[in-house]
Design a protein around this ligand. Structure first.
Ligand SMILES: C=C(O[C@@H]1C=C(C(=O)O)C=C[C@H]1O)C(=O)O
Length: 360
């Protein structure tokens, strides 16, 4: 059984969020169709999605997506459910469960199943901004943590800031525990990392092997410390340098994971539109690749979603004090700008880098 799951938090109306949901289902259906699954069960907690997929409701959202989806669902699927149709609608999470598998091999199923992470990642936008808002923003800037002369006192012979010291040492421990065996993880200091000491786990080989050579963490590091941090932390120094470094590492890892998901996204796009992607890849034409892989409406939906999350979950809570109502830990506009200016462009940069090597 293969299940493709996406999660949705709240307040999704008939808006561009709907289009994002439809994309997820569209790609899931395409992959399951290509893998020759024909007997599937489709569940969703989003009434509009279910109804538009089933063609019950005509939603005038002026988007080709609905037509594309309908063309796809018009094919000879065997859509079925063990439940009453009415019970199908209000289930939590959007789930596409493929039952009565008729696919070629287990290996193929695992590949598709792994690709499904992409759908989750598309709808889990904001977990990285949540780390920024809830973890790092509780401490002020604490600039000594970034001062190379302070860091070099932490260990004889070490040259760098306390944050660099903390990240290098933590990555070394995590490497021995197998963290970087996982193709979704990318170290910030890949040189001289110790080998993993834990039994090898065979991760599914979904990506082209060239994916291993792509690590843009240096860019993410510079962006984080030079552009992002000053935007969302208050000036000041409370002496909590070690905790500050620990939070910085959490933020960096969350950002890195989200941005490097671009490899997986690019693989899905390549497989679905191989004929369109091949000529610009052969010509090493970055601009054409960039326009092919860009979905402006999805980007807008992502930015709105993270701003909304910052508004919903980032409110200052103070008992008996109404003066702070509507005050946020981090300004939602900053969070949305962070995605528009940095997270999304860097994700696309990873997608392009991956695609440029996809036919090597
Ligand atoms: C990641 C994708 O590619 C691009 C980047 C996006 C992002 O980083 O959120 C969103 C839409 C696309 O323009 C995608 O299509 O999901």
């Amino acid at each position: 059984m293969l299940s493709i799951t996406t999660r949705r938090n709240m307040f999704i109306g008939r808006s561009s969020i709907l289009i994002a949901e439809l994309w997820a289902i569209y790609y899931a259906l395409r992959i399951t169709w290509e893998k020759e699954f024909r007997c599937i069960e489709l569940e969703s907690d989003c009434m509009d999605v279910v109804q538009s997929v089933l063609g019950v409701l005509e939603i005038d959202i002026g988007h080709a997506m609905v037509d594309r989806l309908k063309n796809l669902t018009d094919q000879e699927w065997n859509l079925q459910s063990e439940r009453e149709e009415k019970q199908l609608l209000p289930i939590t999470g959007v789930v596409l469960a493929v039952i009565n598998s008729t696919s070629n091999s287990d290996q193929e199923s695992r590949r598709s199943s792994h690709l499904s992470t992409y759908f989750s990642s598309r709808t889990q936008n904001g977990s990285d901004s949540r780390v920024l808002r809830q973890q790092r923003a509780r401490f002020p800037l604490n600039s000594p943590a970034y001062d190379p002369s302070y860091g070099s006192t932490s260990s004889p012979g070490f040259c760098g800031s306390l944050v660099e010291f903390f990240v290098k040492k933590t990555e070394a421990v995590q490497a021995t525990a197998g963290r970087y065996e996982n193709p979704e993880e990318h170290p910030f200091f890949p040189d001289n990392l110790p080998p993993s000491l834990v039994p090898h786990f065979k991760y599914p080989e979904v990506l082209h092997p060239a994916a291993m050579s792509i690590n843009i963490n240096k860019v993410i590091w510079d962006m984080y410390f030079n552009k992002l941090l000053p935007l969302f932390v208050a000036p000041g120094d409370d002496g909590n340098y070690a905790s500050t470094a620990a939070r910085d590492l959490e933020c960096l890892q969350a950002l890195s994971r989200r941005i490097h998901y671009g490899k997986l996204v690019a693989e899905v796009k390549f497989r679905n539109e191989q004929k369109d992607y091949e000529p610009p890849i052969r010509a090493q034409d970055r601009d054409t690749l960039a326009s092919l892989l860009t979905f402006v409406d999805v980007e807008e939906a992502v930015k709105k979603r993270v701003a909304k999350k910052a508004m919903t979950f980032g409110q200052e809570v103070k008992l008996g004090d109404d003066g702070d109502k509507g005050k946020y830990k981090v300004d939602p506009a900053v969070v949305s700008g962070l995605y528009g200016d940095w997270v999304i462009p860097l994700t696309k940069e990873v997608e392009i880098e991956y695609l440029l090597r996809r036919l090597d």
